[in-house]
Write a new protein. Structure first.
Length: 416
């Protein structure tokens, strides 16, 4: 019986692996393995970590992040990608000079335990169910619009590469719908980058390095400075973004399960000196976009991304010098093109209704601002600020929505 189930699942996966899902998954992996990897490398250098410790960090977040995405995507048949918190990496980078690696690992472990407890108790699921969808969608727009603006600024920096990619994308969308437009745009951008000599291999040693185990040591100052803010970032930035993106694409994300898996990821990676493996917002956005093909099969894009992430983690010491050679303008342009569908659907969901307009607007502004209070990034504050604004100005919208969900209202008064 079990063998038949496995065979059936493998057949479905095989049928869902097509040019759309493979290209979306590959692009998500390329995005995640370039710029974000440089944040870790630069941070590890500033923090005085050895090359072996740096590779262990990269191995932890990419390998276990990829595996996490594989498991949860296959389990739920939803495009829920795993990776790590990019804002969390920035947070950790600023703190490494103040604590030893084992103390930092202890803080990572504490963060993972906090996230796991919040998931296993169901607290996050209840909170996310209560938060109005338009406010979440507005936060998504504010948090991810930087990918859209980054695409435009890339045209200023490299007009031939970025401009050609955008033009090819638009023309392919109009005249050549058989092949995903973003795949053609990416191919053109890569060819132009190579021809123009924009690929720059960094001066780094290349070779296979085994990851090192780290023994976490608990330090209260490190837990307060790193652990608690990191836990809030995982929940309030990555998981919230991924949840909002999935909702905007018509999925019903398993919020508590996503939180539990993110907590487990944080606990495991701590023993390799990695700051957290969790559900990833940007990669989920790319894999769940319209570019990834039919809705029911988009989870296969995460399978591709997860396999590439895990492979990147295992062979990080070998491939990093070559992967990071890819020009930033190429990555910025393709990431912006990949986010078009997500941004459009989120904007429509955020402002198409008359409900929660003030709250959604404040959520949009706060997420756009990029504010960072107490080392917690803007997506968390965007949701909090949007809900507070709606509670003050639009309190009646909460009552109408609550009554409708409990069968006390009609569809008409729910959208009033």
């Amino acid at each position: 019986m079990k063998q038949n189930k496995v065979t059936s699942k493998m057949k479905r996966l095989s049928s869902d692996l097509n040019v759309n899902t493979i290209s979306a998954g590959a692009l998500a992996a390329i995005f995640g393995c370039t710029g974000p990897a440089l944040i870790i490398i630069n941070g590890a250098t500033k923090g005085g970590l050895t090359q072996a410790q740096t590779i262990s960090w990269i191995f932890a977040v990419y390998f276990f992040g990829g595996v996490l995405g594989l498991i949860i995507a296959l389990k739920n048949k939803q495009p829920i990608a795993g990776a790590y918190s990019i804002p969390g990496a920035v947070l950790v980078v600023g703190s490494l000079s103040n604590f030893s690696l084992s103390e930092a690992a202890g803080a990572y472990l504490a963060a993972g335990i906090i996230v796991f407890i919040l998931g296993i108790t169901g607290v996050i699921g209840k909170v996310m169910h209560w938060i109005p969808v338009p406010i979440v969608m507005a936060m998504i727009v504010g948090a991810m619009i930087k990918f859209g603006t980054g695409m435009i600024t890339s045209v200023e920096q490299a007009p031939v590469i970025a401009g050609s990619a955008i033009l090819v994308y638009l023309l392919s969308s109009r005249f050549l719908k058989i092949v995903p437009p973003i795949l053609i745009a990416f191919a053109v951008a890569v060819i132009l980058s190579v021809v123009m000599g924009e690929f720059q291999v960094k001066d780094m040693e290349s070779g296979f390095i085994l990851p090192q185990l780290v023994t976490p040591s608990l330090n209260i100052d490190a837990i307060i400075s790193i652990g608690i803010p990191l836990a809030l970032l995982v929940i309030g930035a990555e998981n919230a973004q991924a949840t909002g993106v999935l909702m905007s694409q018509g999925y019903k994300p398993p919020v508590n399960q996503m939180t539990i898996y993110s907590g487990i990821g944080g606990i495991i990676t701590a023993f390799f000196g990695g700051h957290n493996a969790n559900i990833a917002g940007p990669m989920t956005a790319i894999c769940s976009s319209n570019e990834a093909g039919q809705k029911h099969g988009r989870y296969a894009a995460v399978v591709v991304c997860g396999v590439l992430f895990a492979t990147f983690g295992v062979f990080a010491g070998v491939v990093i010098p070559y992967v990071t050679a890819m020009p930033n303008v190429l990555i910025g342009t393709i990431a912006g093109l990949a986010m078009i569908g997500v941004l459009l659907s989120s904007l429509q969901e955020a402002f198409s209704s008359q409900k929660f307009q003030i709250g959604s607007f404040f959520a949009l502004l706060i997420a756009l601002s990029g504010v960072n209070f107490f080392d917690v990034s803007s997506p968390f504050w965007a949701i909090l600020g949007g809900v507070v604004a709606s509670l003050i100005v639009e309190k009646a919208d909460f009552k109408v929505t609550h009554d409708y969900e409990n069968g006390k209202g009609t569809a008409s008064n729910a959208s009033a």
